[in-house]
Design a protein around this ligand. Structure first.
Ligand code: NAP
Length: 284
């Protein structure tokens, strides 16, 4: 039995991880929600964790609003940097394993033909990306860093994601502008959760970085077309727009975020076309 404690267990990604790990008898899961422990309160973090028995700590809690982070810088830093330091220090003081969930937004995505692997050099271009990278620097060398990208899942009422968003707008017959000249790697959250499960079962908690990401980099416009085709929706509602135009006045995102993995040799991840079919199946 592997005892897992985690923050962010009621979020978009965390709640699916909890669902999948809970359904496996090898895991004992302990969620720590924000109302029980605000990660920015160092004393509360140390006191809460002291009373817990766990083998591995998964740290998913974060300030995740990329655009708002440019305005609420102090809040984003407090949660993503100080919060991560508090949790990491408490976990390390107990000599337990630490796993930090990070993002492809630590990269700049400036070059079209340069994929990002685990050993590529981060160079964040948004404040959110910067705070997540600072979180990585706290963990690096003493814990596992797992980077994910554009996660999506079938159902989650509290927060939209790229795929559910496009599907819903097309179903309502709305026009949408989608970027043609950039690259993203949408990743099915179920794949992330299964890969994480395999990683945890391996009990090989080396202080390494892993990219748990889909295997297909494509433009948001292409994503939109695939979603329309998969769900028999009208793809003529999707209009092309350039990256420059679309993100005018918004936080910068890596333009060519072609994130790949050379370290994930424990779990096969799906390409977008394949996982959107799985997503459709789950809807039924
Ligand atoms: N979503 C994405 O597109 C994406 C992409 C790449 C990487 N990631 C990373 O994946 C992880 C999970 O993201 P997500 O989208 O699932 O997050 P989310 O749905 O926005 O949920 C954020 C979680 O953090 C918790 N939290 C926020 N502030 C906290 C605080 N001060 N103390 C304790 N808990 C706090 C929230 O608790 P409450 O619900 O109680 O507020 C919630 O459980 C994050 O580390 C994120 O950086 C996400």
């Amino acid at each position: 039995m592997i005892k897992i404690a985690l923050t962010g267990g009621d979020g978009l990604v965390g709640s699916k991880i909890v669902e999948i790990l809970k359904s496996d008898e090898n895991f004992d899961i302990h969620l720590i929600l924000e109302q029980q422990m605000d990660i920015t309160n160092r004393e509360s973090v140390f006191n809460t964790l002291k009373g817990l028995n766990f083998d591995v700590f998964l740290h998913l809690a974060a300030y995740t609003n990329v655009d708002k982070a440019e305005i609420e810088k102090e809040k984003a830093r407090k949660i993503n940097v100080e919060g991560t330091r508090n949790v990491f220090d408490a976990v390390r003081s107990m000599n337990k394993n630490f796993v930090y969930i990070s993002t492809d937004f630590v990269f700049d995505g400036k070059m079209q033909k340069t994929p990002f692997f685990e050993d590529s050099k981060p160079n964040p271009i948004s404040y959110y990306g910067l705070t997540k990278y600072e979180g990585e620097k706290i963990v690096n060398g003493n814990g596992t860093i797992i980077r994910i990208a554009y996660p999506y899942r079938t159902k989650f009422d509290n927060k939209p994601d790229l795929v559910r968003n496009i599907k819903s707008l097309l179903e309502q017959g709305k026009f949408l502008s989608m970027v043609t000249d950039s690259l993203i790697v949408p990743t099915f959250i179920d794949d992330i959760a299964y890969a994480l499960k395999k990683f945890l079962l391996s009990k090989n908690f080396k202080p390494e970085i892993f990219h748990l990401v889909g295997t297909q980099a494509l433009s948001p416009y292409e994503c939109g077309k695939i979603i329309a085709r998969t769900f028999d929706l009208d793809d003529s509602l999707i209009k092309p727009i350039t990256y420059e135009e679309y993100f005018k006045g918004k936080a910068k995102r890596p333009r060519f975020s072609d994130i790949k993995s050379s370290n994930n040799n424990f779990c096969k991840m799906g390409g977008f076309e394949e996982t959107v079919f799985k997503f459709k199946d789950e809807f039924k």
